[in-house]
Design a protein around this ligand. Sequence first.
Ligand SMILES: CSCCC(=O)C(=O)COP(=O)(O)O
Ligand SMILES: [Mg+2]
Length: 222
Amino acid sequence: MIKAILTDIEGTTSSLSFVKEVLFPYSKKKLRDFVRKHPDDPEVQRILREVQEIEPGNPIETLLRWIEEDRKVAPLKELQGLIWEEGYRSGELKGHIYEDAYEKLKEWHERGIPVYVYSSGSVKAQELLFGHTEHGDLNYLFCGYFDTRIGNKKDPESYKRIAKELGLKPEEILFLSDNPEEIEAAAKAGMKVVRFAREGENEPIKDFPYPQVRSFYEVTLD
Ligand SMILES: CSCCC(=O)C(=O)COP(=O)(O)O
Ligand SMILES: [Mg+2]
């Protein structure tokens, strides 16, 4: 029996194009200035040090390249969260959520089914996105958030760790994602899984051994 739902963001609750064509370019455009304006901010300085530990050299150039390469690296994701915060607060950014995701998440919330988020975006970035949607602040729909600090999304161990943190068996959790490698990792850990192939974003994969849907309306908890 499913006791909790764990959902990805990009390509699942929210559109790929919002992340790739709005959020990523925004962080790329603002990164240099943001770092320059925060020379004494301990969090920014800690992030820059962590970047240099991963890759020695100029951390700003490294971060800009990582954005281009869509690297899911914790310090990049944390810095992006800080940069996006300014955009959300000024109203320049609005978090995207698909209508079907909004409706189904609301329904699950009303039925008392706990929903958690697991995204490569930092926890702060996740809360900002859902905190600034056209439906207002939707963070009440979620019981908790996980990012890559718990582990890589393509590693089955990350899903076992999440289940342990939630005090549940992996088979009691339903994981939703558009990424087939994440789906395979979660299934390997023992979770129930559903892959999202949203119209115009992803195609269903032929002979994929797990269920695939076009929207949240097709997700059932039996
Ligand atoms: C939290 S919004 C930004 C999403 C992001 O930075 C990203 O890399 C998307 O990762 P996901 O795991 O949600 O597909
Ligand atoms: Mg995704």
